[in-house]
Design a protein around this ligand. Sequence first.
Ligand code: ADP
Ligand code: ASP
Ligand code: MG
Length: 413
Amino acid sequence: MGLIVQKYGGTSVGTIERILRVADRIIEYKQAGHDMVVVVSAMGKSTDVLVDMAKQLSPYPSEREMDMLLATGEQVSIALLAMALHQKGYDAISLTGWQAGITTESVHGKARIKHIDNGRIQSELKRGRVVIVAGFQGISEEGEITTLGRGGSDTSAVALAASLNADKCEIFTDVSGVFTADPRVVPAAQKLDSISYDEMLELANLGAGVLHPRSVEAAKQYKVRLVVRSSFTPEEGTYVEEVANMETGRVVSGVAHDEDVAKVTVVGMPARVGTLSRLFNTLADNQVNVDIIIQSSYDAAVTNISFTVASDDLRKTLDTLARNQANLGFEKVDHEEGLSKVSIVGAGMVNNPGVAADMFRVLAENEISIKMVSTSDIKVSCVIPAKHTELAVRALHTAYGLDVAEQAVVHGL
Ligand code: ADP
Ligand code: ASP
Ligand code: MG
């Protein structure tokens, strides 16, 4: 017995029938004597539907209004889940991010949580209620509704678990845990019993959408016991914890991919001290997140700088560069879309030379060209043409000995 925070993703609350099933599961925990705080996402693909509507009105809708719009999705599912519990004879109350005391930075579209004042949640729990909180949203100090970035309900759940000192944070989703690769792309992917915070953080940052990267960051920082499991089957899930997989002997524990990569090349930057600083500070000031960076010089006076950004940020990047061309002093900008990033991740890489070389060999054997490379102690990433993503991910998964015979079950709407 104790306090448990659960989070149910979009597929898990995608229909009224599924909401009723979620209510049944919550009731089981209540009957076992737990206090329950439940975070939910918007139903099914409803956030995508809202984004589409906004895009029909404007290619660049106001970021404030976008947050106002997207936050409505979660308000639907929290209210319906509370009603489902009432109908089954249980006391429950739904709270928006603001009502739950979630304060964020004043950034629209990808705000970070600054602090949580959990007084209201605590008092509702004392009254014996199941507290249902809208994921993905908060409020800024100026009183504006903000959202945490796509997939951000995971982060709402982990942050609440940390703030409430919960015994456990369970993320219920449409697959039975964290796999060695996205099971939708690699049917032979295997479920991991456990994974370390660091490896999970790399996988999440490199595109494994099963957990929002900041949720893993928060879980590591506040030592939250985090479990990813299926809302459709009773199987045990994957534990994300401090140390894991040390004994498996595997060098690579997972393969991740991200299909929304664009490459930008700034041609003819003056090769002076401070060039990189000016360029990337200008981009950061305009909220552009830059990923892999390569600098190449073709003579002593000028240099070319290539970097990748998320496809969604390409337009903003090109606009920012165009506005700042005179003060940055470059010649021109080239860009390339239709790229993806495939990455191998594993804590065991640090002590194993040749892992990157193996990856390049596997890609070459499959005639896949590599456009950029980036490495760290526990990962190697290659930017490749997006049309080869699936082939690359499967070939790498096989090459590093991760395939299993049994196929993963993935639930859809
Ligand atoms: P939810 O709506 O429950 O938050 P998401 O779609 O955000 O669900 O995350 C679950 C999905 O993450 C899975 O259906 C799967 O396709 C994808 N995924 C990507 N990489 C992995 C991985 N390594 N392990 C498990 N799932 C993964
Ligand atoms: N509903 C939001 C999204 O689709 C947040 C979430 O599901 O975590 O991105
Ligand atoms: Mg998600």
